[in-house]
Design a protein around this ligand. Structure first.
Ligand code: NDP
Ligand SMILES: O=C(O)C1=N[C@H](C(=O)O)C[C@H](O)C1
Length: 242
């Protein structure tokens, strides 16, 4: 049976993942939180899942590389420097980094890319997300991946198009930008809405996570798929076949 090591095991996602591993045919190799030894965990695991914090990423990737252990990175709030570490690691080990491991969002990203491409530049793109009061990063990793999908559909990058900090006298909307807004409150597991707005009409497509179980199942499904894969960068679309 595939042994899954959990980085961030006492956290909300870590606990949810541990709860579904056996149902999906894996076993838990162990888990660590702040102060734990990622090398020892990686050595005992066939695959790692990381749902911890951006500050832990460098040590977690180093442990995965040293031991040749594939790793699924679900942690969000990653800076460009973290993403560069992820790309470097993929030259040596199997890596899957994503802001959302659910089937619904994986499909939504495809739909957003197609809508952005087909609707054209006179349709403004705005992304709205809401999460529970404990979330520490914004915009959410999912909003960013949906923004990347929309940008790809428009033949640009999110780095070029993103506007995520409107406040005060902002001036009128600049054509071609992709706006983002974040709400925080209560126990919301994760809501995302992508709005395409034109003169006189709007297209809205979105996703609502009703609980963390969808993320836990997605993470374990991806981890079991990733175990034993050769070095490279993999995606949830490949895991789920959408
Ligand atoms: N990609 C996806 O589909 C999803 C991604 N996420 C993301 O996963 C991450 C975790 O979310 P959530 O479980 O809600 O957060 P929590 O705050 O509940 O859990 C984070 C855990 O990480 C631990 N941690 C802190 N530092 C380290 C370290 N150096 N090594 C290992 N573990 C460490 C914390 O331990 P301690 O308390 O000791 O500091 C804590 O147990 C977030 O970035 C979130 O956005 C969440 C859901 C789905
Ligand atoms: O922190 C969370 O809870 C979630 N984080 C991910 C994100 O930032 O998009 C995925 C999901 O929305 C839940």
């Amino acid at each position: 049976m595939t042994a899954i090591g959990i980085l961030g095991s006492a956290g909300k996602m870590g606990q949810a993942i541990a709860g579904v591993v056996a149902d999906l045919g894996g076993t838990v190799a162990g888990g660590i939180d702040a102060g734990g030894d990622p090398h020892a965990l990686a050595a005992a695991s066939d695959v790692l899942v990381d749902f911890s914090t951006p500050g832990a990423l460098a040590a977690n990737l180093a442990a995965a590389r040293d031991t040749g252990t594939p790793i699924l990175i679900g942690t969000t709030g990653l800076a460009p420097s973290h993403l560069a570490l992820v790309r470097d690691a993929a030259a040596e080990i199997a890596v899957l980094q994503t802001g959302n491991v659910s089937l619904g969002v994986t499909l939504l990203a495809k739909l957003v890319q197609e809508a952005a491409e087909r609707l054209g530049p006179e349709w403004d793109i705005e992304i709205l997300e809401m999460h529970h009061r404990h979330k520490v990063d914004a915009p959410s990793g999912t909003a960013l991946l949906l923004g990347e999908a929309a940008a790809a559909g428009r033949g640009t990058t999110l780095a070029e198009a993103k506007v995520a900090d409107r406040a005060g006298l902002t001036g009128a909307r600049s054509e071609g930008t992709i706006g983002m807004a974040s709400m925080r409150g209560g126990s919301v597991a994760g809501d995302h809405l992508v709005v395409f707005a034109s003169e006189g009409e709007r297209v809205e497509i979105g996703h609502r996570a009703e609980n963390r179980a969808i993320f836990a199942r997605g993470a374990v499904t991806a981890a079991l798929w990733l175990a034993g894969k050769p070095a490279g960068s993999y995606s949830m679309a490949e895991v789920l076949g959408v």
